[in-house]
Design a protein around this ligand. Structure first.
Ligand code: FNR
Length: 183
């Protein structure tokens, strides 16, 4: 099972990228999670799109199309998803053959605050409706107090959170298999 992961933070010491790294370690047998880069995306501009998708956008569209499922790992900015993530989704989602269509997905996120990116995740779930993606509903993975849950090397040290991420990925595997058999 090939999972395309998209991280909503670009910074080096990102808690969300650390959480993504933990997810790669905790993936069930048979699941491979690879991060798909969004750093080089230009700001969405319909005039540019008319001339063709920029290379990094085209690459992501192909990765999404080829993947069995998508994993979003997102911070919360001003009670919503960061602009870089929304911008990437906006670019990748344009026709023809909108690549998110019908894809299973899992969503998780981390924040030093007590809400663990919950509000950003609900906005992302709202976008999933329009994109016709099928996100796993539960478990929800809100990594609150993220500044206390990773060590200086970026390892996720909180056992409860490790278990929760493992459960989410098991559920993603189960959900993806179920959607495939119903095709
Ligand atoms: C934040 N942060 C933040 N946190 C939160 O829980 N709710 C919020 O609404 C916001 N808003 C917000 C806006 C902006 C512009 C920034 C830069 C930050 C704090 C944020 O969760 C924190 O910086 C995380 O560490 C960002 O995730 P990464 O980069 O560590 O993955």
């Amino acid at each position: 099972m090939d999972v395309c992961a998209i991280c909503g933070s670009l910074r080096k010491r990102s808690f969300n990228r650390m959480a993504l790294r933990a997810a790669r370690e905790l993936a069930p047998q048979g699941m491979t999670i690879a991060e798909c880069a969004i750093r080089q995306f230009p700001l969405y501009d319909e005039d540019v799109r008319q001339l063709g998708f920029p290379g990094p956008v085209q690459d992501l569209r192909e990765r999404i199309r080829a993947a069995d499922a998508i994993l979003f790992v997102t911070p919360e900015y001003n009670y919503s998803m960061p602009g870089v993530l929304k911008n990437a989704i906006d670019w990748a989602s344009r026709p023809p053959d909108q690549p998110f269509n019908g894809k299973p997905a899992a969503i998780m996120g981390a924040s030093p605050s007590m809400f663990g990116s919950a509000r950003a995740q609900y906005h992302l779930r709202q976008s999933c409706v329009y994109l016709n993606m099928f996100p796993v509903n539960q478990p929800e993975v809100f990594i609150a107090g993220a500044d206390r849950k990773f060590d200086e090397n970026g390892n996720l040290t909180d056992e409860a959170t490790r278990k929760l991420i493992a459960r989410l990925l098991q559920e993603l595997a189960r959900w993806t298999a179920r959607l495939k058999t119903s095709e």
